[in-house]
Write a protein that binds this ligand. Structure first.
Ligand SMILES: NC(=O)c1ccc[n+]([C@@H]2O[C@H](COP(=O)([O-])OP(=O)(O)OC[C@H]3O[C@@H](n4cnc5c(N)ncnc54)[C@H](OP(=O)(O)O)[C@@H]3O)[C@@H](O)[C@H]2O)c1
Length: 336
Protein backbone atom coordinates (compact mmCIF):
# COMPACT_ATOMS: atom_id res chain seq x y z
CA UNK A 1 0.00 0.00 0.00
CA UNK A 2 0.93 3.64 -0.28
CA UNK A 3 1.14 5.61 2.95
CA UNK A 4 2.44 8.99 4.05
CA UNK A 5 4.69 9.50 7.05
CA UNK A 6 6.19 12.59 8.68
CA UNK A 7 9.90 11.76 8.95
CA UNK A 8 10.18 14.78 11.25
CA UNK A 9 7.94 17.71 12.09
CA UNK A 10 10.41 20.31 10.74
CA UNK A 11 8.43 21.26 7.65
CA UNK A 12 6.09 19.85 5.02
CA UNK A 13 8.97 18.38 2.97
CA UNK A 14 9.25 15.83 5.76
CA UNK A 15 5.84 14.44 4.71
CA UNK A 16 6.79 11.60 2.37
CA UNK A 17 4.77 9.03 0.48
CA UNK A 18 6.15 5.48 0.59
CA UNK A 19 5.33 1.98 -0.51
CA UNK A 20 4.73 -0.27 2.50
CA UNK A 21 3.57 -3.80 3.24
CA UNK A 22 -0.21 -4.16 3.37
CA UNK A 23 -1.47 -4.46 6.97
CA UNK A 24 -3.41 -7.64 7.88
CA UNK A 25 -6.38 -7.58 10.25
CA UNK A 26 -5.63 -9.36 13.51
CA UNK A 27 -8.23 -10.94 15.79
CA UNK A 28 -11.01 -8.40 16.45
CA UNK A 29 -9.77 -6.06 13.71
CA UNK A 30 -11.10 -4.99 10.35
CA UNK A 31 -9.13 -3.95 7.30
CA UNK A 32 -10.40 -0.65 5.90
CA UNK A 33 -9.71 0.53 2.36
CA UNK A 34 -9.39 4.21 3.13
CA UNK A 35 -11.35 6.38 0.67
CA UNK A 36 -11.07 9.84 2.20
CA UNK A 37 -9.10 11.57 4.93
CA UNK A 38 -9.95 14.99 6.33
CA UNK A 39 -7.45 17.36 7.87
CA UNK A 40 -7.76 19.25 11.15
CA UNK A 41 -5.75 22.14 12.53
CA UNK A 42 -3.88 19.70 14.78
CA UNK A 43 -2.36 18.07 11.68
CA UNK A 44 -0.56 21.29 10.73
CA UNK A 45 -0.07 22.45 14.34
CA UNK A 46 2.31 19.52 14.79
CA UNK A 47 4.44 20.77 11.89
CA UNK A 48 4.32 24.39 13.05
CA UNK A 49 5.46 23.39 16.55
CA UNK A 50 2.13 24.66 17.91
CA UNK A 51 0.69 21.35 19.10
CA UNK A 52 0.48 21.44 22.90
CA UNK A 53 2.13 18.02 23.28
CA UNK A 54 5.25 16.33 22.01
CA UNK A 55 4.67 14.20 18.90
CA UNK A 56 6.55 11.13 17.76
CA UNK A 57 8.08 11.52 14.28
CA UNK A 58 7.85 8.71 11.70
CA UNK A 59 4.11 8.15 12.06
CA UNK A 60 1.31 8.15 9.49
CA UNK A 61 -0.58 11.45 10.05
CA UNK A 62 -4.29 12.30 10.25
CA UNK A 63 -6.97 11.23 12.70
CA UNK A 64 -10.06 11.32 10.50
CA UNK A 65 -11.03 9.01 7.68
CA UNK A 66 -13.80 7.08 6.03
CA UNK A 67 -13.59 3.99 3.89
CA UNK A 68 -14.82 0.52 3.14
CA UNK A 69 -14.25 -2.63 5.17
CA UNK A 70 -12.61 -5.12 2.83
CA UNK A 71 -11.64 -7.90 5.23
CA UNK A 72 -12.41 -8.87 8.81
CA UNK A 73 -10.19 -10.67 11.29
CA UNK A 74 -11.16 -13.64 13.44
CA UNK A 75 -13.96 -12.93 15.91
CA UNK A 76 -15.30 -9.82 14.17
CA UNK A 77 -19.08 -9.75 14.32
CA UNK A 78 -19.93 -6.05 14.12
CA UNK A 79 -18.82 -5.46 10.52
CA UNK A 80 -18.45 -7.33 7.29
CA UNK A 81 -16.72 -6.64 3.95
CA UNK A 82 -18.52 -3.93 2.01
CA UNK A 83 -19.53 -1.92 5.09
CA UNK A 84 -18.94 1.84 4.80
CA UNK A 85 -17.33 3.18 7.97
CA UNK A 86 -15.43 6.04 9.55
CA UNK A 87 -12.84 5.97 12.30
CA UNK A 88 -13.49 7.24 15.81
CA UNK A 89 -11.05 10.00 16.84
CA UNK A 90 -10.35 8.27 20.18
CA UNK A 91 -10.14 4.57 19.34
CA UNK A 92 -10.65 3.45 22.96
CA UNK A 93 -12.99 6.06 24.40
CA UNK A 94 -16.36 4.42 24.06
CA UNK A 95 -18.36 6.49 26.55
CA UNK A 96 -18.34 7.72 30.11
CA UNK A 97 -15.18 9.08 31.65
CA UNK A 98 -12.21 9.80 29.43
CA UNK A 99 -9.81 6.84 29.67
CA UNK A 100 -6.20 7.31 30.75
CA UNK A 101 -5.09 5.79 27.42
CA UNK A 102 -6.31 8.81 25.52
CA UNK A 103 -2.95 10.47 24.86
CA UNK A 104 -1.16 7.23 24.06
CA UNK A 105 -3.84 6.44 21.46
CA UNK A 106 -3.51 9.77 19.64
CA UNK A 107 -3.45 9.24 15.86
CA UNK A 108 -0.56 11.00 14.17
CA UNK A 109 1.03 12.07 17.46
CA UNK A 110 1.60 8.73 19.23
CA UNK A 111 0.22 6.16 16.80
CA UNK A 112 -0.13 5.70 13.07
CA UNK A 113 -3.03 7.68 11.67
CA UNK A 114 -5.12 7.23 8.52
CA UNK A 115 -3.28 8.86 5.58
CA UNK A 116 -2.71 5.52 3.86
CA UNK A 117 -4.55 3.31 1.40
CA UNK A 118 -5.22 0.61 4.01
CA UNK A 119 -5.70 0.62 7.76
CA UNK A 120 -6.16 -2.34 10.11
CA UNK A 121 -8.10 -1.21 13.14
CA UNK A 122 -10.17 -2.65 16.00
CA UNK A 123 -13.83 -3.20 15.18
CA UNK A 124 -14.55 -1.03 18.25
CA UNK A 125 -12.66 1.92 16.75
CA UNK A 126 -14.93 2.45 13.76
CA UNK A 127 -18.51 3.58 13.27
CA UNK A 128 -20.93 2.96 10.42
CA UNK A 129 -21.29 5.69 7.80
CA UNK A 130 -24.89 6.56 6.86
CA UNK A 131 -25.95 6.01 3.22
CA UNK A 132 -26.63 9.69 2.65
CA UNK A 133 -23.02 10.71 3.24
CA UNK A 134 -20.15 10.29 0.79
CA UNK A 135 -16.77 9.03 2.00
CA UNK A 136 -15.46 12.61 1.71
CA UNK A 137 -18.30 13.93 3.87
CA UNK A 138 -18.01 11.08 6.36
CA UNK A 139 -14.30 11.71 6.82
CA UNK A 140 -15.06 15.15 8.28
CA UNK A 141 -17.15 13.89 11.20
CA UNK A 142 -14.78 12.12 13.66
CA UNK A 143 -12.94 15.20 14.97
CA UNK A 144 -14.43 18.48 13.76
CA UNK A 145 -18.04 17.27 13.66
CA UNK A 146 -17.96 15.51 17.01
CA UNK A 147 -16.11 18.37 18.71
CA UNK A 148 -18.79 20.83 17.58
CA UNK A 149 -21.52 18.40 18.66
CA UNK A 150 -19.89 17.98 22.06
CA UNK A 151 -19.51 21.75 22.45
CA UNK A 152 -23.20 22.29 21.78
CA UNK A 153 -24.51 19.43 23.89
CA UNK A 154 -22.92 18.65 27.28
CA UNK A 155 -24.87 19.16 30.50
CA UNK A 156 -27.00 21.95 28.98
CA UNK A 157 -27.72 21.11 25.35
CA UNK A 158 -28.23 24.08 23.07
CA UNK A 159 -31.79 24.34 21.80
CA UNK A 160 -34.12 26.75 20.01
CA UNK A 161 -34.00 30.15 21.66
CA UNK A 162 -30.35 29.86 22.67
CA UNK A 163 -27.58 31.88 21.05
CA UNK A 164 -24.17 30.55 20.02
CA UNK A 165 -20.96 32.32 19.07
CA UNK A 166 -18.65 30.64 16.60
CA UNK A 167 -15.17 31.95 15.83
CA UNK A 168 -13.76 31.92 12.30
CA UNK A 169 -14.77 29.60 9.52
CA UNK A 170 -12.70 26.47 10.07
CA UNK A 171 -13.90 22.91 10.42
CA UNK A 172 -15.16 22.93 14.01
CA UNK A 173 -16.79 26.36 13.70
CA UNK A 174 -18.72 25.59 10.53
CA UNK A 175 -20.02 22.33 12.02
CA UNK A 176 -21.03 24.25 15.15
CA UNK A 177 -22.89 26.76 12.98
CA UNK A 178 -24.73 24.01 11.11
CA UNK A 179 -25.53 21.93 14.20
CA UNK A 180 -26.73 24.97 16.16
CA UNK A 181 -29.01 25.99 13.29
CA UNK A 182 -30.26 22.41 13.09
CA UNK A 183 -31.84 22.81 16.54
CA UNK A 184 -33.08 26.35 15.90
CA UNK A 185 -30.47 28.30 17.88
CA UNK A 186 -29.30 31.76 16.79
CA UNK A 187 -25.69 31.89 15.62
CA UNK A 188 -23.36 34.87 15.65
CA UNK A 189 -20.10 34.32 13.79
CA UNK A 190 -16.75 36.05 13.61
CA UNK A 191 -14.33 35.99 10.70
CA UNK A 192 -11.21 37.81 9.58
CA UNK A 193 -12.24 37.57 5.96
CA UNK A 194 -14.76 39.90 4.32
CA UNK A 195 -15.15 37.32 1.57
CA UNK A 196 -16.53 34.74 4.01
CA UNK A 197 -19.27 36.91 5.52
CA UNK A 198 -21.96 36.07 2.96
CA UNK A 199 -21.08 32.37 3.09
CA UNK A 200 -21.50 32.36 6.86
CA UNK A 201 -24.86 34.10 6.48
CA UNK A 202 -25.92 31.66 3.76
CA UNK A 203 -25.37 28.85 6.27
CA UNK A 204 -27.63 30.62 8.74
CA UNK A 205 -25.45 33.00 10.77
CA UNK A 206 -27.71 35.82 11.96
CA UNK A 207 -24.80 38.28 12.17
CA UNK A 208 -21.08 38.28 11.43
CA UNK A 209 -18.37 40.39 13.10
CA UNK A 210 -14.93 40.89 11.57
CA UNK A 211 -12.53 40.14 14.43
CA UNK A 212 -9.55 41.49 12.49
CA UNK A 213 -11.16 44.92 11.99
CA UNK A 214 -12.64 45.11 15.48
CA UNK A 215 -10.37 44.08 18.35
CA UNK A 216 -13.35 44.64 20.70
CA UNK A 217 -15.40 42.06 18.84
CA UNK A 218 -16.61 40.52 22.10
CA UNK A 219 -18.45 43.73 22.92
CA UNK A 220 -19.97 43.81 19.44
CA UNK A 221 -21.17 40.22 19.81
CA UNK A 222 -22.69 40.96 23.20
CA UNK A 223 -24.61 43.86 21.68
CA UNK A 224 -25.81 41.69 18.80
CA UNK A 225 -27.02 39.14 21.35
CA UNK A 226 -29.54 41.60 22.75
CA UNK A 227 -27.01 43.17 25.14
CA UNK A 228 -27.22 40.02 27.27
CA UNK A 229 -24.50 38.04 25.55
CA UNK A 230 -24.52 34.58 24.02
CA UNK A 231 -25.47 31.38 25.83
CA UNK A 232 -22.58 29.39 24.38
CA UNK A 233 -19.17 30.27 22.95
CA UNK A 234 -17.45 27.64 20.87
CA UNK A 235 -13.96 28.91 21.73
CA UNK A 236 -11.52 27.83 19.04
CA UNK A 237 -9.18 30.83 19.21
CA UNK A 238 -7.80 30.07 22.67
CA UNK A 239 -5.27 32.29 24.44
CA UNK A 240 -5.77 35.31 22.16
CA UNK A 241 -9.58 35.19 22.05
CA UNK A 242 -10.68 34.07 25.51
CA UNK A 243 -10.68 37.67 26.80
CA UNK A 244 -13.20 38.79 24.18
CA UNK A 245 -15.19 35.58 24.63
CA UNK A 246 -15.63 36.54 28.29
CA UNK A 247 -17.14 39.82 27.10
CA UNK A 248 -19.43 38.08 24.61
CA UNK A 249 -20.86 35.43 26.93
CA UNK A 250 -24.09 35.85 28.91
CA UNK A 251 -24.25 35.54 32.70
CA UNK A 252 -24.72 31.85 33.36
CA UNK A 253 -23.57 31.02 29.82
CA UNK A 254 -20.82 28.61 28.90
CA UNK A 255 -17.53 28.99 27.09
CA UNK A 256 -16.45 25.69 25.63
CA UNK A 257 -12.67 25.71 25.43
CA UNK A 258 -11.86 23.89 22.21
CA UNK A 259 -8.86 25.32 20.43
CA UNK A 260 -5.70 27.34 20.27
CA UNK A 261 -5.73 28.96 16.82
CA UNK A 262 -4.52 32.36 18.03
CA UNK A 263 -0.81 33.01 18.26
CA UNK A 264 -0.90 35.73 20.93
CA UNK A 265 -1.31 34.93 24.62
CA UNK A 266 -2.06 38.03 26.70
CA UNK A 267 -3.27 35.99 29.69
CA UNK A 268 -6.69 35.76 31.34
CA UNK A 269 -7.97 38.55 33.58
CA UNK A 270 -9.24 36.75 36.69
CA UNK A 271 -11.84 39.42 37.47
CA UNK A 272 -13.18 39.36 33.90
CA UNK A 273 -13.52 35.61 34.31
CA UNK A 274 -15.31 35.97 37.64
CA UNK A 275 -17.57 38.83 36.50
CA UNK A 276 -18.67 36.97 33.37
CA UNK A 277 -20.69 34.57 35.52
CA UNK A 278 -20.00 31.96 32.88
CA UNK A 279 -18.57 28.51 33.23
CA UNK A 280 -15.75 27.12 31.15
CA UNK A 281 -15.83 23.56 29.91
CA UNK A 282 -12.90 21.85 28.23
CA UNK A 283 -13.60 19.31 25.54
CA UNK A 284 -11.38 16.68 23.97
CA UNK A 285 -13.34 15.85 20.81
CA UNK A 286 -15.72 13.25 22.26
CA UNK A 287 -16.40 9.55 22.70
CA UNK A 288 -17.62 6.87 20.32
CA UNK A 289 -21.16 7.01 21.72
CA UNK A 290 -21.27 10.71 20.87
CA UNK A 291 -20.03 10.03 17.34
CA UNK A 292 -22.84 7.53 16.80
CA UNK A 293 -25.44 9.89 18.28
CA UNK A 294 -24.27 12.82 16.14
CA UNK A 295 -24.12 10.70 13.00
CA UNK A 296 -27.71 9.62 13.58
CA UNK A 297 -28.79 13.26 13.94
CA UNK A 298 -26.93 14.20 10.75
CA UNK A 299 -28.46 11.31 8.84
CA UNK A 300 -31.98 12.21 10.00
CA UNK A 301 -31.72 15.92 9.27
CA UNK A 302 -29.74 15.65 6.05
CA UNK A 303 -27.01 18.03 7.25
CA UNK A 304 -24.22 18.16 4.67
CA UNK A 305 -20.68 18.79 5.93
CA UNK A 306 -19.11 21.81 4.24
CA UNK A 307 -16.04 20.75 2.27
CA UNK A 308 -13.89 23.53 0.90
CA UNK A 309 -11.52 21.50 -1.28
CA UNK A 310 -10.74 17.89 -2.07
CA UNK A 311 -7.12 17.03 -2.92
CA UNK A 312 -5.83 13.88 -4.60
CA UNK A 313 -3.78 11.45 -2.52
CA UNK A 314 -0.64 12.37 -4.46
CA UNK A 315 -1.22 16.03 -3.58
CA UNK A 316 -1.45 15.47 0.19
CA UNK A 317 1.40 17.89 0.86
CA UNK A 318 -0.52 20.62 -0.98
CA UNK A 319 -3.54 19.88 1.19
CA UNK A 320 -1.45 20.43 4.33
CA UNK A 321 -0.01 23.63 2.84
CA UNK A 322 -3.54 24.86 2.12
CA UNK A 323 -4.56 24.05 5.71
CA UNK A 324 -1.66 26.19 6.91
CA UNK A 325 -2.99 29.24 5.02
CA UNK A 326 -6.27 29.17 6.99
CA UNK A 327 -8.05 30.25 3.80
CA UNK A 328 -10.47 27.33 3.92
CA UNK A 329 -14.18 27.55 4.66
CA UNK A 330 -15.04 24.33 6.44
CA UNK A 331 -13.09 21.17 5.75
CA UNK A 332 -10.15 20.08 3.62
CA UNK A 333 -10.30 16.50 2.38
CA UNK A 334 -7.80 14.18 0.71
CA UNK A 335 -9.32 11.55 -1.59
CA UNK A 336 -7.43 8.28 -1.23
N1 LIG B 1 -10.27 20.25 22.11
C1 LIG B 1 -10.76 19.57 21.09
O1 LIG B 1 -11.48 18.59 21.28
C2 LIG B 1 -10.50 20.02 19.69
C3 LIG B 1 -11.08 19.32 18.64
C4 LIG B 1 -10.93 19.83 17.36
C5 LIG B 1 -10.19 20.98 17.16
N2 LIG B 1 -9.57 21.58 18.22
C6 LIG B 1 -8.84 22.83 18.04
O2 LIG B 1 -9.81 23.81 17.66
C7 LIG B 1 -9.22 24.75 16.78
C8 LIG B 1 -10.00 24.76 15.47
O3 LIG B 1 -9.73 23.60 14.75
P1 LIG B 1 -10.15 23.43 13.23
O4 LIG B 1 -9.60 22.14 12.75
O5 LIG B 1 -11.60 23.72 13.09
O6 LIG B 1 -9.31 24.65 12.59
P2 LIG B 1 -9.21 25.16 11.09
O7 LIG B 1 -10.21 24.46 10.25
O8 LIG B 1 -7.78 25.07 10.68
O9 LIG B 1 -9.62 26.69 11.28
C9 LIG B 1 -9.14 27.63 10.40
C10 LIG B 1 -9.92 28.91 10.58
O10 LIG B 1 -9.79 29.41 11.88
C11 LIG B 1 -10.04 30.80 11.88
N3 LIG B 1 -9.09 31.45 12.79
C12 LIG B 1 -7.74 31.47 12.74
N4 LIG B 1 -7.24 32.21 13.74
C13 LIG B 1 -8.30 32.66 14.45
C14 LIG B 1 -8.46 33.50 15.56
N5 LIG B 1 -7.43 34.04 16.19
N6 LIG B 1 -9.72 33.75 16.00
C15 LIG B 1 -10.79 33.24 15.38
N7 LIG B 1 -10.69 32.45 14.31
C16 LIG B 1 -9.48 32.17 13.85
C17 LIG B 1 -9.90 31.28 10.45
O11 LIG B 1 -11.21 31.69 10.03
P3 LIG B 1 -11.48 33.07 9.26
O12 LIG B 1 -10.73 32.97 7.97
O13 LIG B 1 -12.95 33.07 9.10
O14 LIG B 1 -10.98 34.17 10.14
C18 LIG B 1 -9.47 30.03 9.70
O15 LIG B 1 -10.08 29.90 8.44
C19 LIG B 1 -7.77 24.33 16.65
O16 LIG B 1 -6.98 24.98 17.62
C20 LIG B 1 -7.82 22.85 16.94
O17 LIG B 1 -6.59 22.33 17.33
C21 LIG B 1 -9.72 21.11 19.47
Amino acid sequence: MKAYRFDSFDNLDALRQREEADPRPQRGEVLVRVRAVSLNFRDIAMVLGRYPRACRPGLIPASDAAGEVIEVGEGVTAFRPGDRVMGAFHPRWFGGEMPSTILADSYGAENDGWLAQLKAVSQEAIVRLPDGLSYEEGSTLPCAGLTAWNALTGATPIRAGHSVLIQGSGGVSIFALQLARMVGATVIATTSSAGKVERLKALGAAAVVNYADDPEWGKAVRKLAGGRGVDRVVEVGGPGTIGQSLRAVALGGEIVSVGFLSTDNPGIDFFALKASGASIRNVAVGDRAGLIEMTRAIAMTGLKPVIDRVFDFDAAREAFAYLETGAQFGKIVIRV
